[in-house]
Design a protein around this ligand. Sequence first.
Ligand code: DGJ
Length: 723
Amino acid sequence: MSIGISDDGKLFTIDTENTSYQMKVTSQGHLIHTHYGRRIYGDASINLERKDRGFSQNPTPEKKLRDYSIDYLPLELSGFGSGDYRTSAVTIMNGDGSTCFNPVFEGYELKKGKYSIEGLPTFATDNAETLVITLVDKASQVRARLFYSFLQEKDIITRALEIENDGDKDIRILKAMSTSFDIAYGDYDLISFPGRHCYERVENREHVSWGCKRLGSTRGYSSHQMNPAFILAERNTDEENGEAIACALVYSGSFVAEVEKSQYGSFRVQIGINDEAFSYPLAPGECFRGPEAILSFSAEGLDRLSYNLHMAARENLIREIPDRKHRPVLINSWEGCYFDFSAQNIIDLARDAKTLGADMVVMDDGWFGKRDDDFSGLGDWYVNEKKLKMTLGEMVERINKEGIRFGIWFEPEMVCEDSDLYRAHPDWALTVPGRTPSYGRSQLVLDFSRKEVRDNIFEQMSRIMDSANIEYIKWDANRHISEFFSRGAEDQGTTGYRYMLGLYEFLEKFKNRYPGVILEGCSGGGGRFDYGMLHYFPFIWTSDNTDPIDRLSIQRGTSFFYPPETMGCHVSASPNHQDGRETPFFTRCATALTGTFGYELVPSRLSDEERSIMKWANEYNRSNWEIISKGRYHRLSDPEQDDYYAWMIVANDGSKAILHTVSKTNHGNNRSVSIRLRGLDEKAWYRIGENVVSGSVLMYSGMLIPDRKGCYEAGIFIIEKVE
Ligand code: DGJ
């Protein structure tokens, strides 16, 4: 049994392969958190001290309970207004206007199988149980149900929260964290993944000091600015050693993550829907369900933590396209053509794609409505045949005749004021009556919380999908929400949440209607790169920044939680269109080749040498796809600190590995660079080019990287076990 419950029903221990997560009910009925870390046997609450502490409230006036206070106990779910002054996990506005919520244990249930959450994406497995613990605030009869499940071999604990109003008055949920727990002791660094458009998810590591650190997004989307995922690591934890806990939300909307170091040095750790612009009314008998959160623990450093998360995303979250051995290598029209193309340009790209060994062309923005720039057209999903100079069906037929598959770009959640859709339904945009809305890229967000809006867009998209052999969609979203106001809703505190439910419902329906179509997620690059999206999109355009040097930090940061094949990575022109940097073609390939691979350029503008590298690269990505999409990814350096980034992916049976290195600088009389590899068999021998070297030398002594002859030089090494 992976979920152990003591005979008195008061101690709960969830064991995975290498970890234990433990909670206990106290004498006063509070659920406390006693352990999350390496496997333990027995009750860890022995490690907690009771003390009479000044200014820490007690539940009764009795002397014997002077040493009991929820102000310092490590709680599993904290309320508000009952003596715990740390940041709360659940805050309720009761029917009588009070904000007290004092959740105490009422009971538990152990169920076969893993729970799911209606309308929201979750990790799935056939091989688990669910523990449901019910806590109740006795005065209001509001119940919080905590759901726990696990992915045994991946050392993952999954959690969810449900709040039910069993009282007789209307209440309002002001805050509801999907996961929350307190760690009684320790000294931690917080690793988060902040960024901005064109520089997303770059690792940030800081010591957690007194007070509460809040990370999050209020943008309606998970955002470029902060990823809904963080790590709490012991101070000396590195890639290979030390303890670390990962925490992430399976949700694509506004979120908040909080890490609070309390007066006594304990840590409160939580993540959930952002409480700003959120307030959820619950009438008697109604229930609110929050998104899933996942946790993972590693005692073998960050490398192992990422491996747990990667394998869980691959096997328990992402729904792959059936019968596809590798993802199509594609040429996307965006950076090559922008808005300036006709069908002939796309057909020419397809012809080139064929000669160069690519599989697909994707026609990006600009093919529909009135869309020759980014000021108009969104919302009008009909083909602009005047611009293309033929029908979509004809164009796709000609592309397919070249032996090339076809994909198309949509931005379904958006509308421009200059569009037929907006002129007919101005109230379908998320704007507030009487206020001038804010514009992002001259567009507004459509109110996906409303069924009639979703149905209209679904119907428009289906008409396009049914008119041609479309095998791939790039789904973009180029602004965030600012006015959380739905004209179809009575209560605006739920608009952001209902928008997400609407979007997930749409995606589910779309996937069912077009099960064979490959979906790539995108929000101006990585503005919505999260586990929620990955449930629908097996990969996401990582960043609008295609500069291979900036991409080193972006892709490395992304790799902490998300496996390499979830990252859309394309080779673009040099000088790069985002930052003007000039880099060799091979380097651009080396950076992009370990993701879902493609191009954003016009191949006919390349030199013969570049075209031959392109042919080789396409074959490389295809022939190593098994390793890229299933193997173990290792970060071997940090490009924010080192002169270079090196990363490798090792096949799960250890028979082969690929190693990529890209240098960021060059100097006269360079220092030699030697890299210690990881994940090999120390007793085995490996062929690298002409050399045969033992795994122990490669891992414990190192591998010399050939001297750099120019700036931004790259190396790709194939490491094969010699039998
Ligand atoms: C932002 C995307 O990330 C780009 O790749 C491109 O599709 C543009 N939008 C098109 O408007």
